[in-house]
Design a protein around this ligand. Sequence first.
Ligand SMILES: Nc1ncnc2c1ncn2[C@@H]1O[C@H](COP(=O)(O)OP(=O)(O)O)[C@@H](O)[C@H]1O
Ligand SMILES: [Mg+2]
Length: 282
Amino acid sequence: MRLGLLYALLRTEEKMLLKAAEDRSVTVEKLNAAQMSYELDRCEQLPPVDVVLERCVSHSRALYALRFFKSYGIPCVNTFEVAEIAGDKALTSLAFADHKVPTPRTIVAFSPEQALAALDTIGYPAVMKPVTGSWARLLAKVENVQQAESIIEHKSVLGHYLHSIFYIQEYVDKPGRDLRTFVVGDECIAGITRASEHWITNTARGGRAEALKVTDEIADLSVRAANAVGGGVIAADLMERPDGSLTCHEVNYTMEFRNSVGPTGVDIPGRIIEYAIAQARR
Ligand SMILES: Nc1ncnc2c1ncn2[C@@H]1O[C@H](COP(=O)(O)OP(=O)(O)O)[C@@H](O)[C@H]1O
Ligand SMILES: [Mg+2]
């Protein structure tokens, strides 16, 4: 069994995955995404591997790598299709809607005028997010039309082309925390709560991780959210609404888990490696 680990940086997570593979006597080929180049029918830098586990922080490198590996007939965790949808918040929201996964009300607009109209429709406060990105980078909570005009002007003037996509979402008045669950295949294997005084609760931004009791309702919603984008190894972000119902705002296809193994006691890297092995070419 030879597993290719596609990476950009060997973070704590990748080191934990390497250890989990070693514990299971799996040979790992480390594939540095920046060092690879792909011909249409082969990649010189790619040793023979039975499966590729994609763990790259760069979405664009990951996406194209997964697409080339698909053409070469190499199974990947996660698949190109999953990365394409889960790496884009607009496509993810649509996948949730298609699969009746409860998600916050969202409007996607493509000009400052339509963005302001969308905010008016959704009402303030609202949240604006870039469609690609993580660690809550460039998220904005917009309290009123004056703030909206200023943020939209910044996006337009400083803008990368991605900033001309305005992803606008209702603000969910959650109870000082959100829920992060881990899905591997058809199972929700673990969950944490992420608490913060800030409305952004990512652990990378100071949110405190604590074990979550994964109820049937939480597990069911997490697996449905993962399956909506194509399934595999997925982390789902859920919020509790004031009425107690749950809503899923995004899924992550190359998730971090260093802060989740301790509180949950679940061997997340071990479960990921075992899932990847099960997908390998025979
Ligand atoms: N619509 C929302 N209402 C309230 N809080 C939100 C909303 N969307 C995101 N958040 C908060 O911001 C965090 C980051 O948002 P998220 O959509 O998960 O982006 P990222 O991909 O950067 O993690 C969430 O975990 C949550 O705490
Ligand atoms: Mg998130």
